[in-house]
Design a protein around this ligand. Structure first.
Ligand code: PLP
Length: 395
């Protein structure tokens, strides 16, 4: 179906942060799918784990124990705020599970009328009917009938508006620590801390969508750790399977205990193959010093982008984001679509995001030389996009 405006590029091979097309052209991949191939393309450890698991048993139903899932859940619990994990297949499915968990919590606590989530303008939570409503963007909702009830939206980062929106039907607050699709916009750490306080004050559940920000992308395993807070529930996907479809709902026991047998489910979710991939990704990301290295190289990319913005003020108006989820905010005269195309012409893959931002999300294993090369390609991209320079070149 014509659901995507695809670029005329077909990649047949990848290695780390690089991709090659069928006609042999090499690209530096600073999109990673969309922040998904967290440990790069063709990582030998991930490839081996998938190959070995596929040769043993690929799928069994959740009607049976799945040792790979038990192991992955135990490791994620040990490394996070959560007491238990539910595995599924995608970000939208994880978010659906997260919102169901929040609703169930109040229903089981004798308050079924409390089912509303307060969400934020500019959010992106996925494309199912429920998550379209949590996303709340008219552009995505148009043509798909009445939105699912129980989601309201307040301006991102506005505590007064948030407090004013809390009512007797409010169950929780749902937020991305950094809005990804919405324009690589970070919530301030103080705002995240204030959300935790407001949730405690009103007895609400804090539900974090870490589908894009999680799994090391921010330089910590989960982005909320920068704020020193814990959510009650959290969703993950994208990077957690390293490119293999895997999503997860994380929850504290107080919430998770109500999702008894038969209340929620999934056919593929938590299968042996996906969880073998998840374990292999975790092996890499939890290795000693790995996240410190992500943080170091992310700061190098940030510094380079700040210098780039200073050098090309007619193209770039600012740099935003955190870790290896960074955005170049472009001047209104330059569209992110044009910038993305210009970067492709220079051999660099990026992803457009909302608010005219060009998003950079290289694999977490990106190397110094690749960051330097990307900065050089972005410098050339900016020169292509500078109107005055183009006129000079044309003469
Ligand atoms: C990508 C994304 C989703 C949706 O994930 P899918 O796997 O496409 O369903 C949800 N929330 C956030 C923050 C995302 O970035």
């Amino acid at each position: 179906m014509p659901t995507y405006n695809r670029a005329d590029l077909a990649f047949v091979r990848g290695q780390g942060a690089q991709l090659w097309t069928e006609d042999g052209r090499r690209f530096l991949d600073f999109g990673s799918g969309i922040a998904t191939t967290s440990i790069g393309h063709a990582h030998p450890h991930l490839v081996q784990a998938i190959q070995e698991q596929a040769a043993q048993v690929m799928h069994v139903s959740n009607l049976y124990r799945v040792p790979q899932a038990e192991k992955l859940a135990a490791r994620h619990v040990a490394a996070s705020f959560a007491d238990s994990v539910f595995f599924c297949n995608s970000g939208a499915e994880a978010n659906e599970g997260m919102v169901k968990a929040v609703r169930k919590y109040y229903a089981e606590n004798g308050q079924p009328e409390r089912y509303e989530m307060i969400c934020f303008e500019g959010a992106f939570h996925g494309r199912t009917l429920g998550m379209l409503s949590a996303t709340g963007n008219e552009k995505y909702l148009a043509g798909f009938g009445p939105p699912v009830q129980g989601f309201s939206h307040v301006p991102f980062g506005n505590m007064n508006a948030l407090r004013a929106a809390i009512g007797p039907g409010t169950a929780g607050i749902m937020i991305e620590p950094i809005q990804g699709e919405g324009g690589v916009r970070p919530a301030s750490l103080d705002f995240l801390r204030d959300l935790r306080k407001v949730c405690d004050e009103y007895g609400l559940l804090l539900a974090l969508d870490e589908v894009q920000t999680g799994m090391g992308r921010s330089g910590k395993l989960w982005a909320h750790q920068w704020a020193g807070i814990e959510p009650d529930v959290m969703s993950a996907a994208k990077g957690i399977g390293g490119g293999f479809p895997l999503g997860a709902v994380f929850a504290k026991e107080a919430v998770a205990k109500h999702l008894k047998a038969g209340t929620h489910g999934t056919t593929y979710g938590g299968g042996p193959l996906a969880c073998a991939a998840g374990n292999a990704v975790l092996d890499v990301i939890l290795a000693d010093g790995f996240l410190a290295e992500v943080d170091r190289i992310a700061r190098k990319l940030w510094d380079g982008l700040v210098a780039l913005a200073a050098k090309h003020p007619t193209v770039v108006s600012g740099v935003q984001g955190a870790g290896l989820l960074l955005g170049l905010k472009l001047q209104p005269e330059v569209t992110n679509g044009d910038a993305q195309a210009a970067a492709v012409a220079e051999g660099l893959l990026t992803v457009a995001a909302g608010m005219n931002v060009l998003r950079l999300a290289p694999a977490l294993i990106v190397r110094d030389a690749e960051v330097e090369e990307a900065l050089e390609l972005l410098d050339r991209t900016c020169r292509r996009l500078t109107p005055s320079l183009n006129k000079v070149a044309a003469k």
